[in-house]
Design a protein. Structure first.
Length: 142
């Protein structure tokens, strides 16, 4: 389960491009990885801009599920994982969205695949709850 959970969304690193979104609506690309990392090391929030991400052509052409499977396959070969373990984890990664209509190349067919799919769905719903909570905590203009 650990390897499936670790690798299932790693392909998103290729799907999104980070950028600065200024409060006046202006957007600016980052110039280096170090500049992005500095965002996470700030002691105080930057009130002039926020770190945002937007999908790029890789997301439309390759998609994170395929890239995640490729990354895991590469690691499995490097560390000589058995074909049984590799196939089970690859299946879980490829099926973690559940249905083909939701982006998975295959539907979950094993306990591991179902567990990863359900945990991924729960994580997404918790993120939805966090966004609702943040919205409700903001002062409303009435």
């Amino acid at each position: 389960m650990f390897l499936a959970a670790l690798f299932h969304d790693v392909g998103k690193l290729w799907d999104y491009t980070p950028y600065k979104k200024y409060h006046n609506g202006y957007e600016e690309a980052f110039f280096s990885l170090q500049e992005i990392l500095n965002c996470f090391n700030r002691k105080e929030p930057n009130y002039m801009w926020e770190l945002c991400w937007k999908g790029n052509p890789h997301k439309r052409l390759i998609h994170h599920i395929s890239r995640s499977a490729l990354c895991f396959q590469e690691a499995a070969l490097k560390y000589n994982l058995s074909s049984e373990i590799t196939d089970n984890i690859l299946h879980a990664i490829l099926s973690h969205h559940g249905l083909k209509e939701w982006g998975s190349p295959v539907a979950p067919k094993t306990r591991l695949a179902w567990l990863l799919h359900l945990c991924d769905g729960l994580s997404a719903r918790m993120n939805d709850c966090n966004r609702v909570d943040a919205y409700l905590e903001k002062p409303q203009d009435h």
